[in-house]
Write a protein that binds this ligand. Structure first.
Ligand code: GDP
Length: 425
């Protein structure tokens, strides 16, 4: 059953590393938030009390902690994994994205070249919609054709962004917070710099989609040179797409060796590009980053499977099965890479900021506690001094009383004597 198989894949997916980490860090910041709010209320209570322990600046700082924590929580809730696809027009970028999303979401094919950036992200609910950059208007998307027309008719600036919100329930990758970005072909743009600044700086993974029927072009290479100049060690995957077309070339049909030779050549060039030119990975890493696939076949196969049919009906194209597996292999490695990288780049900063805030707060609380302690000791001293004074007075009083008693006694005696003497006389 393709549905339960997909469900199982979803549960076992390496993307869960990110999903779980996101849940954990959100929970932790929820706890920190409760703690900070409680402490702030307490501090404010103290400030309003009669005893002069905390000053205004301190209460302000505490309020600042609440503000900071809330900000981090907001950013955290929005954090996602982002993958961006580049390559020349018609190499199959949109087809690769569709194959990964298991649905014809992005328009692909002749005449439907995307002339702006298209971002596909998950949304709750059943309806897909579209939003243009700088506008809050949600445009309904009922069909792929309509979406294609919308994207083509718009005279959009090529580095502007159209966001496509696709129901999470329809796709496990979107459910797990992966955001896909499709780009116009690197061959049509002069604004590579803007592209990188606007769309690439927060990408966790880049996928270079090549046409396996030709060699990598200068445009494709220079784009990634610029990327690796701005981002330290970007994660780059290379897909040699349309591998089905190469396999069906007459000379490759005649001999398997010919196809293997072409593959070895491509493989070597791609690995050299990643290791020697860009210096973004070791040979061992690069070997795990280069794949030979057919996005079109994979998408077709998956659509068939979703309808309960075998992935490939009709005449079996030579090598279909291995290309199909290679695409899955790519996805697995991609999922592992993107989730680990996103956890690091997205959460490392938050957790260190969280630690700094917790530390600052502890220092301030310690400080206040010390002051309270001093004050308490002072009061105790005062009390002791007073007590001492009282006891001295008591003793004095006692002495005085005793003296007075004696005096009175003597006086009475004297009076008595005097009286009796007087009486006798
Ligand atoms: P993009 O401009 O890079 O987004 O390319 P598209 O995804 O729009 O693909 C351009 C054309 O190539 C479309 O007609 C696709 O059907 C076709 N195409 C894409 N991937 C493959 C593939 O793996 N094999 C073959 N034979 N055709 C493909």
């Amino acid at each position: 059953d393709p549905n339960s198989r997909r469900e199982l894949h979803h549960v076992n997916s390496p993307l869960q590393i990110f999903v779980k980490a996101k849940k954990n860090i959100n929970d932790i910041f929820g706890d920190i938030s409760d703690y900070v709010v409680e402490s702030t209320n307490f501090i404010e209570g103290l400030a309003q009390g009669h005893i002069d322990i905390v000053d205004k600046a301190e209460t302000e700082t505490f309020r600042g902690f609440v503000f900071k924590i809330n900000n981090i929580r907001e950013v955290l809730a929005r954090d996602h994994m982002k993958v961006a696809f580049f390559g020349r027009t018609s190499n199959g970028k949109s087809s690769v994205i569709n194959a990964m999303l298991r649905d014809k979401i992005l328009p692909s094919g002749i005449g439907h070249t995307t002339n702006c950036f298209c971002q596909v992200e998950g949304v709750d609910g059943h309806d897909a919609y579209l939003m243009r950059e700088g506008s809050e208007e949600k445009l309904n998307v009922t069909s792929i054709k309509q979406l294609a027309n919308a994207l083509c008719q718009e005279k959009l600036c090529e580095s502007s962004l159209v966001r496509i919100f696709w129901p999470r329930e329809r796709c496990s990758l979107l459910r797990d917070d992966v955001v896909f970005v499709d780009s116009p072909g690197v061959d049509v743009s002069q604004n590579l710099d803007d592209w990188i600044d606007n769309h690439c700086l927060n990408a966790d993974v880049f996928v270079l989609v090549l046409n396996a029927e030709s060699t990598m072009t200068l445009a494709e290479k220079s784009f990634f040179h610029e990327v690796s100049g701005k981002i330290s060690k970007p994660n780059i995957f290379i897909l040699n797409n349309r591998w089905d077309a190469s396999a069906s070339e007459p000379e490759c049909q005649e001999s398997k060796d010919a196809l293997e030779k072409v593959k070895a050549q491509h493989q070597e060039r791609c690995i050299d590009f990643l290791t020697k030119e860009l210096k973004v990975s070791t040979v061992k890493e690069a070997e795990e980053r280069v794949f030979f696939v057919s996005a079109r076949e994979t998408l077709q196969g998956r659509l068939q499977e979703a309808n309960g049919l075998p992935a490939h009906t009709g005449a079996l194209a030579e090598g279909f099965q291995s290309r199909y597996f290679e695409f899955q292999d790519f996805e697995r490695k991609f999922e592992e890479c993107i989730s680990k990288s996103a956890v690091k780049t997205k959460f490392e900063q938050h957790s260190s900021r969280g630690k700094t805030i917790a530390n600052d707060m502890r220092l301030m609380l310690d400080n206040i506690f010390e002051r309270v302690n001093d004050l308490r000791n002072q009061k105790l001293e005062q009390k002791k001094f007073l007590t001492d004074k009282i006891s001295t007075t008591e003793t004095q009083l006692m002495v005085v009383t005793r003296e007075m008693k004696m005096k009175i006694h003597n006086m009475v005696e004297e009076v008595e004597q005097k009286v009796s003497k007087a009486l006798n006389e």
